[in-house]
Design a protein around this ligand. Structure first.
Ligand SMILES: Cc1ncc(COP(=O)(O)O)c(C=O)c1O
Length: 432
């Protein structure tokens, strides 16, 4: 399937140029893949080596690489209008997309949409809409959350101190709570007790540190993505929602990583049947084209005055056309159901792998969306494992250093899934 020596001149040359001219801050290098082209769940590098993709460009191409309907929409729109600033005038792709997203968002309240280009900007938008509506300054997020790297989004995030190092002062009045990771359940503790223990952290904060009436919003990833696909208990999420509403705090969610069918539901918050006041979307929204949005209850969205969330390239018509086509494909190819069903299949395969190789500590799978966890002191092993996979035709990276992140395009076939898992099996055999 692969040529053995992938360290060709072309790749070496391009990577050397990158290291000379591209700043390291924008890179989280995993291995030396120089992507050339891709189709569905297959990626080719510049040396024409082929890889099965278990990453989907960080969950940004749920409908698959080079999806024909999306590509056609991009080409048609590019031929018609590449860009006109949507803050000044109107264009149809943005209007149609706003309507579609408003209707697709969870819950029954009327919604409005504000577009931007990156997930980070959308997360940051939540700070602005929430502060403006509530007239309160404080925003609470969670440890191990990734909300992005613009200054506001970096301030919201709390997964890696390098995201804060040397760039402060950060946006003030942002607090981070411990995330209720069910792995932290104490032996014998019930889910309710565990949830209450974590909810008490918030109540203690209100009691001793910050007045609840100064909190504008609590922003949560209903399933933490970069932390390794971690889902809090129902009791926690419902308790959090209730505490928000009792205290006039907006309940906000980040669906940038987990939205658009990734978790086996359209939105990860659908696992909890809760309606967020505001939510941030990006990544697979437009199949990786630079588009993101805040979607929120209309009254909240109307509270931020013009031009506080206008940018020149937001709602670019090509991106909006790509997004409309992406939403068509999610529907027409039944990708939400596919994510759920293939995810269940993949879970069985990874559990078999765990039986064979007890070095795998835990298999979490929610939709086609998994965290394959090793012990924290196995970080070096997991790096070698993903390197081996890369050398043998599979893209799978680690997150939190010791967890394999499994997020293939939702169009991946069972045969490709099995072939990819077989490469992981070989890696485990070779390296264990
Ligand atoms: C949950 C979540 N929120 C926000 C972001 C930031 O999105 P972007 O990288 O497009 O700025 C990410 C990116 O990985 C993410 O996973």
């Amino acid at each position: 399937m692969l040529v053995t020596d992938k360290k060709t001149q072309v790749r070496r040359h391009l990577i050397a140029l990158d290291h000379e001219y591209v700043a390291a801050a924008g890179r989280v290098t995993k291995f030396d893949l120089v992507v050339d082209h891709a189709k569905n769940a297959t990626v080719w590098d510049v040396d024409q080596n082929r890889y099965i993709d278990f990453l989907a460009s960080a969950s940004a191409v749920n409908v698959g690489h080079g999806n024909a309907h999306v590509v056609q929409a991009i080409q048609d729109q590019a031929a018609k209008l590449v860009h006109y600033i949507s803050g000044y005038f109107y264009h149809e792709p943005a209007i149609q997309l706003a309507k579609r997203l408003a209707l697709l968002a969870p819950g029954r309240s009327a919604k409005k949409v504000s577009f931007s280009t990156s997930g980070s900007e959308a997360a940051e938008g939540i700070i602005k809409f929430a502060r403006s509506y509530t007239k309160r300054p404080i925003v609470i997020t969670f440890q191990n959350s990734w909300h992005g790297t613009t200054l506001g989004a970096a301030s919201l995030s709390a997964i890696d101190p390098n995201m804060h190092r040397g760039i402060g002062p950060l946006v003030p009045d942002i607090y981070h709570l411990p995330f209720p990771d069910p792995q932290k359940i104490i032996s014998g503790e019930s889910l309710t007790h565990f949830s209450n223990r974590y909810l008490n952290e918030l109540q203690d904060l209100f009691k001793h540190d910050i007045p609840a009436d100064q909190v504008a919003a609590i922003l949560i990833e209903p399933i933490q993505g970069d932390a390794g696909i971690i889902m809090p208990p129902q009791a926690y999420m419902h308790g959090l929602y209730q505490l928000c509403h009792e205290n006039g705090i907006l309940f906000c969610t980040d669906e940038i990583n987990q939205g658009f069918g990734r978790s086996g539901k359209m939105w990860s918050i659908d696992h909890f049947n809760l309606e967020p006041d505001l939510m941030a979307v990006g990544k697979s929204l437009a199949s990786g084209m630079p588009l993101s949005a805040v979607i929120g209850k209309a009254a909240i969205m109307d509270a931020l005055a013009s031009p506080a969330n206008a940018t020149t390239t937001a709602a670019n018509p090509i991106c909006c056309a790509a997004s409309l086509a992406t939403l068509d494909e999610i529907q027409n190819l039944h990708l939400v159901e596919r994510s759920r069903e293939l995810g269940a299949f993949a879970k069985i395969q990874f559990l078999k792998l765990q039986q064979e190789f007890p070095i795998i500590k835990q298999v979490r799978m929610i939709g086609l969306n998994g965290g394959i966890e090793f012990a924290p002191n196995q970080a070096e092993f997991v790096t070698q494992l993903s390197e081996y996979c890369f050398e043998h035709g599979l893209i799978i990276i680690s997150t939190m250093d010791h967890i394999l992140r499994f997020q293939p395009p939702l169009v991946i076939t069972k045969t490709e899934l099995m072939a990819g898992i077989q490469i992981i099996r070989q890696a485990l055999q070779q390296l264990s």
